[in-house]
Ligand binder design. Structure first.
Ligand code: SF4
Length: 348
């Protein structure tokens, strides 16, 4: 007997668009149907969503677009202000690329209007270029992110090597993009992946394209995509020092390149692969408050948090800053400050 899912996959396009017209998510960076999309807002939202969820990105998006409503305004911003506004989103190299890109766009007089042109900008890869080109400029081009890849892997029950599968999905998606509504197709795939064809427990019973889905036919939706096993992240260890005097706290500027490059930080020991013997940077009544953990892309970090009140001691490098500035520190240091009871506003 012929399975339902042997129907040509092109049939998903009208089904998906009709479902999207009924069920599209309301998101801060979207506009009402028929209203043109600002490439700046599409770009900014996509860069933020590369590293966090919609609920976490939404207040950052609102804050950025209120303070810097255009790409030209962002291009003219001070580096420190942007880095501080980005704090808590992580991956600070992206914030630096964000500024670099904004300045290049401003210098060019606006965003390029094609996927190929957009890909020449710093920090813009194939997915983001496709999303901006399709959503803001109506180019018939795909925007295939992890959500869309998962949907296609399930629709086709792809069992082949994941690297080869991704290439196949990219080609297929390019063929399927409808001439008249490329942006809606991209967002429909994003929404389907985010709300129905979720990584765990996909809700196939209400899926608009279930009739085309081979993984659903097999009763194995959740088994796809089949990806190579992830290698466990190595661990690193260190000590972070919270040194306080009155309403001030000691901070350092990290080296300009490398992890968290150029950011303000709390002083810390080296982050090494094994626990080091405890060493205090200056004489003080140090108290060990506990441990904070943070996961970076290539390793996970455990930092012991040491705290001291000091009447007159400075460290060799760095400076005192008001406790009010602590919320602008990268998340790993804000966690340490919170453990010392210094950051009530930020809870992660
Ligand atoms: S039927 Fe299920 S697995 Fe297939 S696309 Fe829909 S939600 Fe995903």
């Amino acid at each position: 007997m012929r399975a339902k899912s042997d129907q040509p996959l092109a049939g998903i396009v009208p089904k998906l668009l009709a479902w999207f017209d009924r069920s599209a998510r309301t998101l801060p960076w979207r506009t009402a149907p028929g209203v043109g999309r600002d490439p700046y807002r599409v770009w900014l939202s996509e860069i933020m969503l590369q590293q966090t969820t919609v609920p976490h990105a939404a207040p950052y998006f609102a804050a950025f677009t209120t303070r810097w409503p255009t790409v030209e305004a962002l291009a003219a911003a001070r580096d420190d202000d942007v880095m501080q506004a980005w704090a808590g989103l992580g991956y600070y190299a992206r914030a630096r690329n964000l500024l670099k890109c904004a300045r290049e766009v401003a210098a060019r007089g606006g965003f390029p209007e094609t996927e190929a042109g957009l890909r020449t900008l710093p920090g813009i890869g194939p997915y983001t270029a496709g999303a901006i080109a399709a959503l803001a400029f109506g180019e018939r081009t795909p925007a295939v992110d992890g959500n869309a890849e998962r949907v296609f892997a399930r629709l086709l029950a792809i069992k082949e090597d994941w690297a080869a599968a991704k290439k196949r999905i990219a080609l297929l998606a390019r063929d399927l993009v409808p001439e008249d509504r490329p942006g809606a197709f991209a967002e429909a795939l994003m929404d389907l992946g985010a709300t129905i064809c979720t990584p765990r427990k996909p809700n196939c019973a209400i899926c608009p394209v279930a009739a085309y889905c081979r993984a659903f036919d097999e009763g194995e939706a959740e088994s796809y995509p089949i990806k190579p096993e992830k290698i466990a992240r190595p661990e690193r260890f260190g000590i972070v020092y919270v040194l306080r005097r009155g309403g001030y706290i000691w901070v350092v500027r990290r080296p300009p390149s490398g992890l968290l490059g150029g950011m303000l930080a709390l002083p810390s020991s080296e982050w090494s692969e094994t626990r080091q013997d405890a060493a205090a940077p200056v004489d003080a009544e140090w108290e060990v408050l506990g441990e904070v953990r943070h996961v970076f892309t290539h390793f996970s970090l455990k930092l012991d948090v040491w705290f001291a009140e000091t009447p007159d001691t400075d460290l060799p490098e760095g400076f005192w800053t008001s406790e009010d500035e602590i919320d602008g520190l990268p998340t790993v240091f804000a966690k340490a400050a919170a453990l010392a009871g210094l950051s009530a506003r930020r809870k992660r």
